[in-house]
Design a binder for this molecule. Sequence first.
Ligand code: NAP
Length: 307
Amino acid sequence: MKTRILDGKEVAQAIKEEVAAEIQKLAQENLVPGLATVLVGANPASQLYVRSKTRTCKELGMHSEAIQLSSQTTTEELLQVIDRLNQADEIDAILVQLPLPDQIDEERILLAVRPDKDVDGFHPQNVGHLVSGKVGLAPCTPMGIMYLLKREGVILKGAEAVVVGRSNLVGKPLAFLLLHQHATVTLCHSRTRDLPAVCRRADILVAAVGQPALLTRDYLKEGVVIIDVGTNRVESVEEGIRLFGKDSERIARIQAKGYTLVGDVHPRDPIGVAKAVTPVPGGVGPLTIAHLMKNTVTACTMRRGGK
Ligand code: NAP
């Protein structure tokens, strides 16, 4: 079987073009969607994500405010920042970059974000909307994946969808979104019995686990569509050779950069077996940021009444 590699960058570009058109419409009503990102501490990976989000906002002509707070910030101090952003009319979407340092009560923070500015869809009100199938703000990675599946014409109605990983950020919301599109959904986790057998039932297999190359050939049915959410670092050349082969350009990348990324699905096993697969990197990652922009525009339209 010929396996299609699903290019996340191309799909992200399509999302951004839709967002740009919506931004133009809002501009006719003098509305500029605004995203605030709040980062506590100096985690380099989080700084990279936040920079890339701010850059994308600028590219699209959106307003953005990047707030960087010290790693010593207390829950009360962060609550004050959230309160200001909740009240700022030019801010439509508030993104608190996770994880937060240990001294901060994450639940209190996520509850404090106004539900209509909760761009990650974490507030119980938005979770409720998602579960009951109402329109609202839902987490960006699952929304990006749904966009990709639709664009690729993957039939969801009646399909067996297996989602591995039950996080509030990816697995659980995605399971509901697939269910609302009439897929038969199985949600797996670390206690699932005989995971390979469950995965082999899948017409659509989503891996959101955080374990490098966990899903190997034994987990795949012929013709499956694979969405690999995992982003794991491979730092050793030996491990790189085992996963990618000794002739892969990834080996040079490990030697030059100190690491390369691998998904939760083995990078070579789907080829010739799966109908389609998202690569890592360049698959789900770009969709997440593009959908953050889309959610910001949705939040602006819902709250400030763009037509
Ligand atoms: P998470 O909160 O750590 O959850 C991991 C899930 O995987 C848990 O439900 C856990 O089960 C399950 N799990 C762990 N080991 C397992 C095993 N051996 N067999 C079956 N299930 C297992 O992870 P997350 O936040 O959803 O992220 C998952 C991965 O996606 C990570 O690599 C993350 O970096 C990546 N990610 C990428 C993007 C993107 O935009 N590309 C966005 C978000 C996340 P239990 O619940 O039983 O512990």
